[in-house]
Write a protein that binds this ligand. Structure first.
Ligand SMILES: Cc1cc2nc3c(=O)[nH]c(=O)nc-3n(C[C@H](O)[C@H](O)[C@H](O)COP(=O)(O)OP(=O)(O)OC[C@H]3O[C@@H](n4cnc5c(N)ncnc54)[C@H](O)[C@@H]3O)c2cc1C
Length: 404
């Protein structure tokens, strides 16, 4: 395998790196901590200043033409090849920044789904404001009784004249409190087998009958929400794909996640920061970075993160040869988020009693970011399909193991 870039790709990488470093330093004056950790679900609902920074960063990404390199030029994207997309991903994660500004879900998968399965009118109406950041999107899939078993969802939509009338509840909806629009999976045929009676709607979050209630996470932030629908009217023309075929549309959405590689967590950066931390602390009476146990753990983390990177390159190579992305997305998601959790737990172990001190405490190490990471890391092993579900997928679809 040859991992070197062509001169054009190297030029693109250098320009991008320079732009990202300059822009992020200008916009996130207090650092980009936690912004790239997930789908912005770790953003605090109460932190208006942070949100404004993210919108400004989004605006600049769009202005510079970097916001949606993977979208076709026809719809305002960069029309970039897979290698440029991979370079973009590497460089953004290197700085711990969010991949798609303030509109992660829209740019990553909702927009591409609308391009693939939406009507011309939907493409014209919705795609551009996703890019500019004028309309922020969230994803209403999970419900109190439908998470891993998503097809068990119960939020009902009944067609009445020109609109669907929606009643029910979603939960864990990241960014609902900042969103103008939502992708909403609803049950439109309660008598059909559970995968066959679901439809995929584009719902205006400002419609009468929508109530958003923030949920406070273990970190003390409130980045995701419960959303209630009380006779909410969604125009018929906002149905994507066929009526009762929403499961297929949502699978298409998931495929975009697969294409974009699975491993999108800045865990390499976190490991580098952990190595730096080990140079500042004592462990067991000696400088931590000289302690054999610490060195062994750090070396293991670095080796594992290199494996993750090589796995991503392997996936990229096979996509460049025209192959459909394989199991790497489940593997990558599982491995990256579990590695991130182990890294966060080890930081906690190295910090000892200081590990629990959070932002605001005068003795908190590095502003309490390690305490925050230790609390936040577990959520990432659950979001977008829990580790157990990823194990099931790998066992059943990759290793072809018999179902228990
Ligand atoms: C940070 C974060 C952000 C999120 N953002 C969104 C969002 O924006 N939109 C959205 O719709 N949802 C979102 N979610 C919800 C997420 O998709 C669900 O939490 C996830 O799918 C798990 O569903 P659940 O919470 O209902 O747990 P359950 O499905 O009830 O699972 C409970 C436990 O049982 C295990 N389990 C379940 N089924 C199996 C099985 N078949 N085999 C083995 N073990 C199993 C699970 O792994 C888990 O440990 C978010 C979650 C988090 C943590």
């Amino acid at each position: 395998m040859d991992f070197s870039y062509t001169p054009e790709q190297e030029k693109f990488r250098q320009e991008l790196r320079g732009w990202l470093e300059k822009t992020s330093a200008e916009v996130f004056k207090d650092g980009a901590e936690s912004l790239g950790q997930s789908t912005a679900s770790l953003l605090d609902v109460r932190d208006d200043g942070r949100w404004r920074q993210l919108l400004e960063y989004h605006r600049r990404l769009h202005e510079a033409g970097y916001i949606a390199l993977h979208w076709p030029k026809e719809w305002g994207g960069g029309g970039a090849g897979l290698v440029e997309q991979a370079i973009y991903q590497d460089e953004v994660l290197r700085l711990g920044l969010p991949l798609y500004g303030a509109n992660q879900l829209a740019i990553d998968r909702i927009g591409p789904t609308v391009m693939l399965m939406g009507t011309e009118a939907q493409k014209k109406r919705f795609l551009k404001p996703m890019l500019t950041g004028e309309e922020i999107w969230c994803q209403g899939y999970s419900e109190p009784n439908a998470g891993s078993d998503l097809a068990g969802l119960q939020t009902r939509a009944v067609l009445e004249g020109d609109s669907f009338v929606v009643n029910g509840q979603k939960v864990w909806t990241s960014l609902a409190h900042r969103s103008h629009w939502q992708v909403l999976l609803v049950r439109t045929d309660p008598n059909a087998p559970k995968h066959k009676g679901i439809s995929y709607l584009l719902a205006d979050m400002r419609s009468p009958g929508v109530t958003v209630r923030p949920l406070v996470q273990i970190t003390g932030e409130a980045g995701f929400n419960e959303v209630f629908y009380d006779n909410v009217r969604v125009p018929k023309e906002n149905l994507v794909g066929e009526l009762n075929q929403g499961w297929q549309v949502s699978i298409a959405t998931l495929m975009f996640e697969r294409v974009s590689g699975g491993t999108r967590h800045p865990v390499e950066r976190t490991i580098n920061e952990l190595v730096e931390l080990s140079k500042k602390l004592d462990f067991d009476g000696i400088p931590a970075h000289r302690h054999p146990y610490v060195r062994q753990r750090l070396a293991q983390f670095v080796a594992e993160s290199r494996c993750l990177r090589l796995s991503r390159y392997r996936s990229l190579t096979s996509q460049l040869k025209g192959k459909v992305p394989g199991p790497e997305s489940s593997f990558g998601k599982l491995f990256a988020t579990e590695l991130n959790l182990r890294v966060a737990m080890f930081a906690d172990e190295m910090l000892g009693a200081y590990g629990g001190l959070e932002h605001g405490s005068s003795h908190a190490v590095e502003g309490g970011r390690w305490a925050h990471r230790a609390l936040a890391a577990r959520g990432l092993t659950i979001a977008a399909g829990s580790s157990e579900i990823q194990h099931n997928i790998i066992g059943e679809r990759v290793l072809k193991l018999p179902k228990g």
